[in-house]
Design a protein around this ligand. Structure first.
Ligand code: COA
Length: 334
């Protein structure tokens, strides 16, 4: 069995900064409400030239360079997103084309906020078995083009932002370091508590017809039962972090840095408090980017690394929860 490690990280966010005050000009909301409930101060929205694929490509270029590899060295692409440019094919193949990669495989992962960790776990299995040496993993989202930016959609649209993060997962020769384990869960029973109902082959045609005659049809906008999501998130985050620690005979005292999916600052703070972690042990950047779903962990991990918060030998815990419901964790010895 081989080991895998993250050998390069990168991110890209659009230049367009949208503050809470900017949102209050188009919907009935305000800076105080958004900051108090979510911690978010601003987020990025795509400009005309940005797409989920193009942002993923920019993040990938940085990660490839930092990994010290050439694009020819990439053996496989995994792309996690809930907001692909096209309904099909997914953005994995587009990245393969845009970067001019060999005709390597390209896989799309659809696990929303847990997407990056699901992708990391899939990549880890390919490295462990010896099948691949370098895998490009991307999480990228364009939320802003699909949100209801009227007062009707304010419970959802203030939370989400656009951006992309990327990691190169490489074969490592160092025993006991790198990606120690990943832990994946799902509970489809709650699928519709945080979902986009259309387009989808289930009701796309019906919605098209309804929408023509009914401006109140909201099936094309994401639906979120915010309080239900919040209550489940705090429980599942805790469970899956504990599961990861236990699997590696680690305790909370061993955590050098927790990088949680940036769902809501209140969720991160709840977890920090529950695990008795200091501010330095939990990395948050939701204040500046909002919730970027599959992109949030790789963006946060990259920023933490760039800021020198991750050092060789550190134990890093990644954890996510979101639509599906799906939740996951990864334990890394850097
Ligand atoms: N600005 C101002 N008021 C808003 C608002 C906004 N952006 N969004 C909702 N409100 C209003 C509601 O209409 C409601 O008004 P009412 O009491 O007159 O009916 C009031 O604020 C409370 O709404 P509620 O939905 O109960 O708020 P909340 O305290 O649950 O906070 C969330 C809403 C979405 C911030 C919160 O539930 C949450 O963060 N949930 C988790 C979401 C999450 O993490 N999602 C991603 C998972 S990956």
């Amino acid at each position: 069995m081989f080991q895998s490690k993250i050998s390069g990280l990168g991110y890209y966010v659009p230049n367009n900064i949208v503050t809470n005050d900017d949102l209050s000009k188009v919907m009935d909301t305000n800076d105080e409400w958004i900051k108090e409930r979510t911690g978010i101060e601003q987020r990025r929205h795509v400009e005309a030239h940005d797409t989920t694929t193009s942002m993923g490509v920019e993040a990938a270029k940085v990660a490839i360079e930092r990994a010290g590899i050439q694009k020819e060295d990439i053996d496989f692409v995994i792309f996690a997103t809930l907001s692909p440019d096209l309904y099909f094919p997914g953005p994995g193949v587009m990245v393969q084309k845009e970067l001019g990669l060999r005709t390597v495989g390209a896989l799309d992962v659809r696990n929303q906020c847990s997407g990056f960790l699901y992708a990391l776990s899939v990549g880890d299995q390919f490295i462990k078995t010896g099948m691949y040496k370098n895998i490009l993993i991307i999480g990228s989202e364009t939320h802003s083009r699909g949100l209801d930016m009227s007062t009707r959609g304010r419970g959802v649209s203030v939370i989400f932002g656009d951006g992309a993060g990327a990691a190169i997962l490489s074969r490592s020769e160092e025993e006991g370091t790198g990606l120690l384990s990943t832990h994946l869960h799902a509970q489809g029973e709650h699928a519709e508590e945080l979902a986009l109902m259309a387009p989808g082959m289930g009701n796309r045609w019906v919605s098209d017809i309804v929408r023509e005659n009914d401006p109140n049809d909201v099936s094309y906008y994401p639906h979120m039962n915010g309080q239900f999501v919040f209550k489940n998130a705090v429980v599942r985050f805790s469970e899956v972090i504990n599961e990861g620690l236990k699997a590696n005979n680690l305790t909370v005292e061993d955590i050098d840095l927790l990088v949680p999916h940036q769902a809501n600052l209140r969720i991160s703070q709840y977890i920090q408090h529950k695990f008795n972690l200091t501010d330095d042990q939990v990395f948050n950047n939701i204040q500046r980017y909002g919730n970027t779903t599959a992109a949030s962990i790789p963006i946060a991990l990259t920023e933490a690394w760039e800021q020198g918060k991750i050092k060789k030998g550190d134990t890093i815990v990644l954890a996510a929860f979101g639509s599906g419901f799906t939740w996951a964790s990864a334990i890394i010895k850097w």
